[in-house]
Design a binder for this molecule. Structure first.
Ligand code: HXC
Length: 261
């Protein structure tokens, strides 16, 4: 029997943006281990596919994900989750080199919120719902929620979300700096995310990859070392044909023809 397709891969019309749609609607896209394994597999595939320039991760226009699968977790024991490093593979997504755009409508709760926080650019609907409700289940966020939220929105707001489980809207998420864009009510968040992906797809791949790498390096390093990492990457781009082409095209008032070399 064929395994259930818990993540549906598709492509934008140009083929340059891979769209990965979480597909467990009956459980509000609860992130079971099999679902996450498929997501990781599809992310790897998209990352190594030369045609793909950006990746959209979404649950579609209704719900992003209502968290890790509570029914799968409820009877687990410490010895089991510790030995198997339960949910350790969730952070694989942060190793992907291509830009990942999260498109969030509806619930992004618990692990769903944490998955959204692991994307590079987050776009949502005004009435999307973000929260870390783990505290209501006797646990805490385990997919980076406490760490990434504190870095993104500061201690007071992170504590407020993590310790009260309260919900914030997409509009608030953007005001707080969790999301970078909010679509108009009724507008497709997936289409908006694909558009961002297509914009990125129009640039040279090496510079795009370096830009992502530099921002991420800075999030982990002290400022001085982050600036050094950025400067080295910046300088290295002068060894690429795309730098020559991009600057020549500007001087000649024409569109650059990137070769990704
Ligand atoms: C398993 C889930 C689920 C989840 C929803 N479902 N969320 N199953 N795990 N996280 C299932 C329900 O059991 C139900 O299945 C179906 O989806 C529809 O959900 P309802 O509750 O009937 O829908 P509704 O009344 O509209 O309420 C929606 C909701 C509620 C408010 C989102 O489902 C809810 O509170 N879900 C749990 C949210 C949560 O606590 N998430 C954090 C999980 S812990 P049936 O079979 O009854 O139809 C976590 C840890 C992360 O994420 C750690 C990361 C490393």
């Amino acid at each position: 029997t064929q395994a259930e397709q818990l993540v549906l891969p598709s492509r934008s019309s140009t083929g340059k943006v891979a769209i990965l749609t979480l597909n467990r609607p009956k459980a509000l896209n609860a992130l079971s281990s099999p679902l996450f394994a498929q997501l990781n597999q599809e992310l790897e595939k998209a990352d190594s596919d030369d045609e793909v320039r950006a990746i959209v991760v979404t649950g579609g226009e209704k719900v992003f994900a209502a968290g890790a699968d509570i029914k799968e977790m409820k009877d687990k024991e410490f010895s089991e989750v510790y030995k198997a490093d339960f949910l350790g593979d969730w952070s694989n997504i942060t190793k992907i080199r291509k830009p990942i755009i999260g498109a969030v409508a509806g619930y992004a709760l618990g692990g769903g919120c944490e998955l959204a926080l692991m994307t590079d650019i987050l776009i949502c609907t005004p009435n999307a719902t973000f929260s870390q409700p783990e505290i209501t289940l006797g646990i805490i966020p385990g997919g980076g929620g406490t760490q990434r939220l504190a870095g993104l929105i500061g201690k007071a707001r992170a504590m407020d979300l993590v310790l009260t489980g309260r919900r914030i809207s997409g509009t608030e998420a953007a005001q707080w700096g969790i999301a970078s864009r909010v679509v108009e009510e009724g507008e497709s968040v997936v289409e908006a995310a694909v558009k961002v992906g297509e914009t990125i797809a129009g640039f040279g791949r090496i510079a795009v990859q370096a830009g992502k790498e530099a921002v991420n390096a800075g999030l982990e390093l002290p400022l001085e070392q982050g600036l050094k990492a950025e400067r080295r990457l910046f300088q290295q781009l002068f060894a690429t044909q795309d730098q020559k082409e991009g600057m020549a095209a500007f001087a000649e008032k024409r569109k650059a023809a990137w070769t990704d070399k």
